[in-house]
Design a protein around this ligand. Structure first.
Ligand code: NAD
Length: 349
Protein backbone atom coordinates (compact mmCIF):
# COMPACT_ATOMS: atom_id res chain seq x y z
CA UNK A 1 0.00 0.00 0.00
CA UNK A 2 1.32 3.43 -0.98
CA UNK A 3 1.44 6.36 1.42
CA UNK A 4 -0.74 9.30 0.28
CA UNK A 5 0.86 12.73 -0.05
CA UNK A 6 -0.89 16.12 -0.24
CA UNK A 7 1.18 18.71 -2.09
CA UNK A 8 0.77 22.25 -0.82
CA UNK A 9 1.68 24.91 -3.39
CA UNK A 10 1.51 24.22 -7.12
CA UNK A 11 4.53 26.32 -8.13
CA UNK A 12 7.59 25.54 -10.24
CA UNK A 13 9.10 22.81 -8.11
CA UNK A 14 5.82 20.95 -7.59
CA UNK A 15 4.79 21.04 -11.24
CA UNK A 16 8.14 20.48 -12.92
CA UNK A 17 9.81 18.01 -10.53
CA UNK A 18 7.75 16.68 -7.62
CA UNK A 19 4.51 15.58 -9.27
CA UNK A 20 6.36 13.85 -12.15
CA UNK A 21 8.71 12.20 -9.61
CA UNK A 22 5.82 10.25 -8.04
CA UNK A 23 5.79 8.01 -11.12
CA UNK A 24 9.27 6.85 -10.03
CA UNK A 25 8.17 6.22 -6.44
CA UNK A 26 7.56 2.76 -5.04
CA UNK A 27 5.89 3.66 -1.76
CA UNK A 28 4.24 7.03 -2.33
CA UNK A 29 1.32 8.41 -4.31
CA UNK A 30 -0.23 11.84 -4.87
CA UNK A 31 -3.46 11.87 -2.87
CA UNK A 32 -4.41 15.57 -2.58
CA UNK A 33 -3.52 19.06 -3.80
CA UNK A 34 -3.62 22.38 -1.95
CA UNK A 35 -3.65 25.56 -4.01
CA UNK A 36 -4.91 29.13 -4.06
CA UNK A 37 -5.90 28.70 -7.70
CA UNK A 38 -8.90 26.31 -8.12
CA UNK A 39 -8.71 26.18 -11.92
CA UNK A 40 -5.04 25.23 -11.89
CA UNK A 41 -5.65 22.72 -9.10
CA UNK A 42 -8.49 21.02 -11.05
CA UNK A 43 -6.35 20.76 -14.16
CA UNK A 44 -3.39 19.30 -12.26
CA UNK A 45 -5.70 16.97 -10.32
CA UNK A 46 -7.08 15.54 -13.58
CA UNK A 47 -3.55 15.09 -14.88
CA UNK A 48 -2.43 13.10 -11.81
CA UNK A 49 -5.69 11.26 -11.04
CA UNK A 50 -6.45 13.15 -7.83
CA UNK A 51 -10.21 13.19 -7.05
CA UNK A 52 -11.82 16.63 -6.96
CA UNK A 53 -12.90 16.11 -3.34
CA UNK A 54 -9.18 16.00 -2.46
CA UNK A 55 -8.45 19.52 -3.72
CA UNK A 56 -8.09 22.05 -0.91
CA UNK A 57 -7.68 25.83 -0.76
CA UNK A 58 -5.47 27.57 1.80
CA UNK A 59 -8.69 28.50 3.65
CA UNK A 60 -10.27 25.04 3.99
CA UNK A 61 -6.92 23.22 4.28
CA UNK A 62 -7.57 22.18 7.91
CA UNK A 63 -10.42 19.90 6.80
CA UNK A 64 -7.73 17.65 5.34
CA UNK A 65 -7.82 16.01 8.76
CA UNK A 66 -10.96 14.17 7.57
CA UNK A 67 -9.22 12.76 4.50
CA UNK A 68 -7.95 9.24 5.25
CA UNK A 69 -6.17 9.07 1.87
CA UNK A 70 -3.59 11.62 3.07
CA UNK A 71 -0.87 10.60 5.52
CA UNK A 72 1.82 13.17 4.62
CA UNK A 73 1.62 16.86 3.73
CA UNK A 74 4.48 18.02 1.48
CA UNK A 75 4.94 21.78 1.92
CA UNK A 76 6.26 23.52 -1.20
CA UNK A 77 5.45 27.15 -0.41
CA UNK A 78 7.54 30.31 0.07
CA UNK A 79 9.80 29.83 3.11
CA UNK A 80 7.90 32.10 5.50
CA UNK A 81 4.78 29.92 5.08
CA UNK A 82 6.48 26.64 6.06
CA UNK A 83 5.89 27.11 9.79
CA UNK A 84 2.18 27.87 9.48
CA UNK A 85 1.51 24.88 7.21
CA UNK A 86 3.65 22.53 9.31
CA UNK A 87 1.68 23.45 12.43
CA UNK A 88 -1.68 23.20 10.65
CA UNK A 89 -0.70 19.82 9.15
CA UNK A 90 0.45 18.41 12.50
CA UNK A 91 -2.81 19.61 14.09
CA UNK A 92 -4.70 17.87 11.29
CA UNK A 93 -2.92 14.65 12.29
CA UNK A 94 -0.65 14.49 9.24
CA UNK A 95 3.11 13.87 8.95
CA UNK A 96 5.09 16.67 7.31
CA UNK A 97 7.68 16.75 4.55
CA UNK A 98 8.83 20.36 4.27
CA UNK A 99 10.96 21.99 1.60
CA UNK A 100 14.28 23.62 2.41
CA UNK A 101 15.09 26.04 3.95
CA UNK A 102 13.00 24.77 6.85
CA UNK A 103 11.79 28.27 7.67
CA UNK A 104 13.13 31.84 7.89
CA UNK A 105 14.89 31.59 11.27
CA UNK A 106 15.89 29.13 13.98
CA UNK A 107 13.13 30.06 16.47
CA UNK A 108 10.52 29.28 13.86
CA UNK A 109 12.26 25.99 13.00
CA UNK A 110 12.21 25.10 16.70
CA UNK A 111 8.46 25.76 16.89
CA UNK A 112 7.92 23.46 13.89
CA UNK A 113 9.79 20.64 15.63
CA UNK A 114 7.76 21.15 18.81
CA UNK A 115 4.43 21.20 16.93
CA UNK A 116 5.18 17.87 15.26
CA UNK A 117 6.48 16.34 18.48
CA UNK A 118 3.36 17.38 20.38
CA UNK A 119 1.14 15.92 17.69
CA UNK A 120 3.21 12.71 17.53
CA UNK A 121 3.89 13.29 13.82
CA UNK A 122 7.05 12.93 11.76
CA UNK A 123 8.84 15.95 10.32
CA UNK A 124 11.30 15.63 7.46
CA UNK A 125 13.15 18.41 5.62
CA UNK A 126 13.48 17.78 1.89
CA UNK A 127 17.27 17.68 1.58
CA UNK A 128 17.19 15.69 -1.67
CA UNK A 129 21.00 15.64 -2.01
CA UNK A 130 21.26 13.30 0.98
CA UNK A 131 19.20 10.68 -0.89
CA UNK A 132 21.03 11.00 -4.22
CA UNK A 133 23.41 8.13 -5.15
CA UNK A 134 26.46 10.14 -6.35
CA UNK A 135 26.40 12.33 -3.25
CA UNK A 136 25.99 9.20 -1.14
CA UNK A 137 29.11 7.80 -2.78
CA UNK A 138 31.02 11.02 -1.98
CA UNK A 139 29.91 10.66 1.63
CA UNK A 140 31.13 7.05 1.66
CA UNK A 141 34.56 8.11 0.27
CA UNK A 142 34.78 10.91 2.83
CA UNK A 143 33.91 8.60 5.71
CA UNK A 144 36.05 5.61 4.67
CA UNK A 145 38.98 7.85 3.68
CA UNK A 146 39.19 6.29 0.23
CA UNK A 147 41.75 8.91 -0.88
CA UNK A 148 43.02 9.62 2.59
CA UNK A 149 41.52 12.05 5.00
CA UNK A 150 39.56 14.94 3.52
CA UNK A 151 41.20 18.14 4.78
CA UNK A 152 39.59 20.88 2.73
CA UNK A 153 36.26 21.20 0.91
CA UNK A 154 35.33 23.84 -1.63
CA UNK A 155 31.65 24.26 -2.54
CA UNK A 156 29.81 26.68 -4.81
CA UNK A 157 26.14 27.20 -5.59
CA UNK A 158 25.32 30.25 -7.69
CA UNK A 159 22.65 31.40 -10.10
CA UNK A 160 21.47 34.62 -11.67
CA UNK A 161 18.09 35.67 -10.22
CA UNK A 162 15.85 37.42 -12.69
CA UNK A 163 12.58 39.17 -11.83
CA UNK A 164 13.06 41.63 -8.92
CA UNK A 165 9.38 41.13 -7.98
CA UNK A 166 9.62 37.41 -7.11
CA UNK A 167 9.09 36.20 -3.52
CA UNK A 168 12.69 34.93 -3.29
CA UNK A 169 13.86 38.55 -3.23
CA UNK A 170 11.40 39.65 -0.50
CA UNK A 171 12.86 39.37 2.97
CA UNK A 172 9.53 38.68 4.68
CA UNK A 173 8.77 35.69 2.43
CA UNK A 174 12.26 34.30 1.82
CA UNK A 175 14.03 35.11 5.10
CA UNK A 176 17.24 35.94 3.26
CA UNK A 177 18.80 35.84 -0.19
CA UNK A 178 21.24 33.44 -1.80
CA UNK A 179 22.38 31.93 1.53
CA UNK A 180 19.15 30.25 2.71
CA UNK A 181 17.96 29.47 -0.82
CA UNK A 182 21.01 27.96 -2.52
CA UNK A 183 24.03 28.47 -0.22
CA UNK A 184 22.24 26.07 2.13
CA UNK A 185 23.12 23.23 -0.30
CA UNK A 186 26.84 23.83 0.28
CA UNK A 187 26.36 23.98 4.04
CA UNK A 188 24.03 21.00 4.37
CA UNK A 189 25.97 18.77 1.98
CA UNK A 190 29.31 19.43 3.70
CA UNK A 191 27.76 18.61 7.09
CA UNK A 192 26.36 15.44 5.50
CA UNK A 193 29.68 14.39 3.95
CA UNK A 194 31.63 14.89 7.17
CA UNK A 195 29.09 13.87 9.81
CA UNK A 196 30.43 16.68 11.99
CA UNK A 197 29.10 20.05 13.04
CA UNK A 198 31.14 23.25 12.54
CA UNK A 199 32.63 24.90 15.63
CA UNK A 200 33.39 28.23 13.98
CA UNK A 201 32.19 30.17 10.95
CA UNK A 202 33.14 33.35 9.16
CA UNK A 203 31.04 35.14 6.55
CA UNK A 204 31.19 37.99 4.08
CA UNK A 205 28.04 39.39 2.51
CA UNK A 206 27.86 41.72 -0.48
CA UNK A 207 25.04 43.12 -2.62
CA UNK A 208 25.55 45.35 -5.64
CA UNK A 209 24.33 48.83 -4.63
CA UNK A 210 21.22 50.00 -6.48
CA UNK A 211 20.52 46.60 -8.05
CA UNK A 212 16.70 46.43 -7.67
CA UNK A 213 16.90 42.70 -6.94
CA UNK A 214 18.93 43.16 -3.78
CA UNK A 215 17.05 45.86 -1.91
CA UNK A 216 15.85 43.43 0.76
CA UNK A 217 17.99 40.29 0.53
CA UNK A 218 21.66 39.66 -0.09
CA UNK A 219 23.26 38.85 -3.42
CA UNK A 220 26.50 37.06 -2.54
CA UNK A 221 27.80 35.28 0.56
CA UNK A 222 31.25 33.75 1.00
CA UNK A 223 31.57 31.64 4.11
CA UNK A 224 34.04 29.38 5.82
CA UNK A 225 33.33 26.51 8.18
CA UNK A 226 35.79 25.02 10.63
CA UNK A 227 35.14 21.51 11.93
CA UNK A 228 36.39 19.85 15.16
CA UNK A 229 38.50 17.34 13.18
CA UNK A 230 40.36 20.23 11.54
CA UNK A 231 38.56 20.11 8.18
CA UNK A 232 38.10 23.57 6.65
CA UNK A 233 35.40 24.34 4.11
CA UNK A 234 35.06 27.35 1.88
CA UNK A 235 31.70 28.10 0.29
CA UNK A 236 30.45 30.56 -2.31
CA UNK A 237 26.84 31.40 -3.03
CA UNK A 238 25.41 34.17 -5.18
CA UNK A 239 22.23 35.32 -6.89
CA UNK A 240 24.23 37.55 -9.25
CA UNK A 241 26.36 35.21 -11.37
CA UNK A 242 25.82 32.36 -13.77
CA UNK A 243 24.96 28.81 -12.61
CA UNK A 244 27.77 26.90 -10.92
CA UNK A 245 26.81 24.03 -8.65
CA UNK A 246 29.74 21.91 -7.56
CA UNK A 247 31.97 20.79 -4.71
CA UNK A 248 35.37 19.26 -4.37
CA UNK A 249 36.86 17.37 -1.41
CA UNK A 250 40.66 17.50 -1.18
CA UNK A 251 42.18 14.51 0.62
CA UNK A 252 45.67 14.02 2.01
CA UNK A 253 46.72 10.96 -0.03
CA UNK A 254 47.14 12.67 -3.37
CA UNK A 255 43.61 12.88 -4.58
CA UNK A 256 40.40 14.80 -4.79
CA UNK A 257 36.82 13.93 -5.57
CA UNK A 258 33.57 15.78 -5.87
CA UNK A 259 30.53 16.42 -8.00
CA UNK A 260 29.90 18.82 -10.87
CA UNK A 261 27.07 19.49 -11.07
CA UNK A 262 26.44 18.60 -7.45
CA UNK A 263 23.21 20.39 -6.57
CA UNK A 264 21.31 20.45 -9.88
CA UNK A 265 18.09 18.49 -10.41
CA UNK A 266 19.53 16.19 -13.09
CA UNK A 267 22.83 15.01 -14.51
CA UNK A 268 24.74 14.79 -11.23
CA UNK A 269 28.06 13.10 -11.53
CA UNK A 270 30.95 12.36 -9.24
CA UNK A 271 34.50 12.59 -10.52
CA UNK A 272 37.98 12.96 -9.15
CA UNK A 273 41.67 12.52 -9.66
CA UNK A 274 44.36 10.54 -7.92
CA UNK A 275 48.13 10.45 -8.24
CA UNK A 276 49.58 6.92 -8.38
CA UNK A 277 53.19 6.10 -9.32
CA UNK A 278 53.73 9.60 -10.69
CA UNK A 279 50.64 9.21 -12.89
CA UNK A 280 47.51 11.25 -12.43
CA UNK A 281 44.48 9.02 -12.83
CA UNK A 282 41.18 10.70 -13.65
CA UNK A 283 38.18 9.11 -11.98
CA UNK A 284 34.65 9.14 -13.34
CA UNK A 285 31.75 7.66 -11.47
CA UNK A 286 29.56 4.96 -12.95
CA UNK A 287 27.06 5.26 -10.11
CA UNK A 288 24.46 6.52 -12.58
CA UNK A 289 21.49 8.75 -12.13
CA UNK A 290 18.28 8.18 -10.21
CA UNK A 291 15.42 10.60 -9.63
CA UNK A 292 16.53 12.18 -6.36
CA UNK A 293 13.09 13.68 -5.68
CA UNK A 294 11.52 10.20 -5.93
CA UNK A 295 14.17 8.78 -3.57
CA UNK A 296 13.52 11.57 -1.06
CA UNK A 297 9.71 11.16 -1.22
CA UNK A 298 9.98 7.37 -0.95
CA UNK A 299 12.19 7.77 2.12
CA UNK A 300 9.43 9.72 3.87
CA UNK A 301 6.86 7.13 2.78
CA UNK A 302 9.00 4.31 4.18
CA UNK A 303 9.45 6.18 7.46
CA UNK A 304 5.66 6.32 7.75
CA UNK A 305 5.20 2.66 6.80
CA UNK A 306 7.93 1.46 9.17
CA UNK A 307 7.39 4.08 11.86
CA UNK A 308 10.98 5.40 11.65
CA UNK A 309 12.47 8.85 12.16
CA UNK A 310 13.44 10.46 8.83
CA UNK A 311 17.14 10.64 7.98
CA UNK A 312 16.81 14.44 7.54
CA UNK A 313 14.47 15.37 10.41
CA UNK A 314 13.47 18.84 11.62
CA UNK A 315 16.62 19.00 13.78
CA UNK A 316 18.69 18.91 10.59
CA UNK A 317 16.87 21.95 9.20
CA UNK A 318 17.15 23.76 12.54
CA UNK A 319 20.92 23.19 12.64
CA UNK A 320 21.30 24.81 9.19
CA UNK A 321 19.35 27.84 10.42
CA UNK A 322 21.57 28.14 13.51
CA UNK A 323 24.71 28.02 11.34
CA UNK A 324 23.33 30.47 8.74
CA UNK A 325 22.48 32.92 11.53
CA UNK A 326 26.10 32.65 12.73
CA UNK A 327 27.35 33.32 9.18
CA UNK A 328 25.22 36.50 8.96
CA UNK A 329 26.42 37.55 12.42
CA UNK A 330 30.05 37.10 11.40
CA UNK A 331 29.46 39.18 8.26
CA UNK A 332 27.88 41.91 10.38
CA UNK A 333 30.58 42.02 13.06
CA UNK A 334 33.54 41.20 10.82
CA UNK A 335 34.60 38.53 13.31
CA UNK A 336 34.51 34.73 13.35
CA UNK A 337 31.56 33.30 15.30
CA UNK A 338 31.96 30.24 17.49
CA UNK A 339 29.24 27.61 17.60
CA UNK A 340 28.31 25.24 20.38
CA UNK A 341 30.44 22.11 20.12
CA UNK A 342 28.38 19.05 19.22
CA UNK A 343 30.16 15.73 19.77
CA UNK A 344 30.35 13.47 16.75
CA UNK A 345 28.18 10.79 18.32
CA UNK A 346 25.49 13.42 19.02
CA UNK A 347 25.80 14.97 15.58
CA UNK A 348 23.07 14.18 13.14
CA UNK A 349 24.79 11.23 11.52
P1 NAD B 1 7.27 29.06 -6.70
O1 NAD B 1 7.23 30.54 -6.58
O2 NAD B 1 7.42 28.48 -8.06
O3 NAD B 1 5.95 28.43 -6.07
C1 NAD B 1 5.43 28.85 -4.85
C2 NAD B 1 3.96 28.45 -4.73
O4 NAD B 1 3.45 29.03 -3.54
C3 NAD B 1 3.10 28.96 -5.89
O5 NAD B 1 2.18 27.97 -6.26
C4 NAD B 1 2.39 30.16 -5.29
O6 NAD B 1 1.13 30.41 -5.87
C5 NAD B 1 2.23 29.73 -3.84
N1 NAD B 1 2.07 30.85 -2.92
C6 NAD B 1 1.18 30.90 -1.94
N2 NAD B 1 1.26 32.06 -1.27
C7 NAD B 1 2.21 32.79 -1.88
C8 NAD B 1 2.74 34.09 -1.65
N3 NAD B 1 2.32 34.87 -0.65
N4 NAD B 1 3.74 34.51 -2.46
C9 NAD B 1 4.21 33.74 -3.44
N5 NAD B 1 3.74 32.49 -3.70
C10 NAD B 1 2.74 32.02 -2.93
O7 NAD B 1 8.40 28.57 -5.71
P2 NAD B 1 9.18 27.18 -5.75
O8 NAD B 1 10.44 27.36 -6.54
O9 NAD B 1 8.27 26.08 -6.11
O10 NAD B 1 9.63 27.06 -4.21
C11 NAD B 1 8.75 26.64 -3.18
C12 NAD B 1 9.57 26.06 -2.02
O11 NAD B 1 10.34 24.97 -2.50
C13 NAD B 1 10.57 27.03 -1.40
O12 NAD B 1 10.66 26.79 -0.02
C14 NAD B 1 11.88 26.67 -2.07
O13 NAD B 1 13.01 26.97 -1.29
C15 NAD B 1 11.72 25.19 -2.25
N6 NAD B 1 12.48 24.67 -3.42
C16 NAD B 1 13.23 23.57 -3.26
C17 NAD B 1 13.93 23.04 -4.33
C18 NAD B 1 14.70 21.77 -4.18
O14 NAD B 1 15.44 21.44 -5.07
N7 NAD B 1 14.51 21.04 -3.12
C19 NAD B 1 13.88 23.67 -5.56
C20 NAD B 1 13.08 24.81 -5.71
C21 NAD B 1 12.38 25.30 -4.62
Amino acid sequence: KRVGFALVGLGNLTLAELLPAFSNCQYAKVAALVSGNPDKAKKVARQYGVPEKSIYSYQNFDTIKNNPDVQVVYIVLPNSMHEEYTIRSAKAGKHVLCEKPMSTNSQSAQRMIEACEQAGKKLMIAYRIQYEPNNKKAKEWTRNEKMGKVRVIDATNTQNQGDPGQWRLKKALAGGGSLPDIGIYCLNTIRYLLGEEPIQVTGTVFSTPNDPRFKEVEETVLFQLQFPSGVLAHCTTSYGVHNSKWYRCYADKGGYFGLDPAFAYHGLQMDGSQVQDEMEVKLKSSVGEKNQFALEIDHMAQCVLQNKKPFTPGEEGLQDHIIMEAIYESAKTGKPVKLKKIDKQDAFR
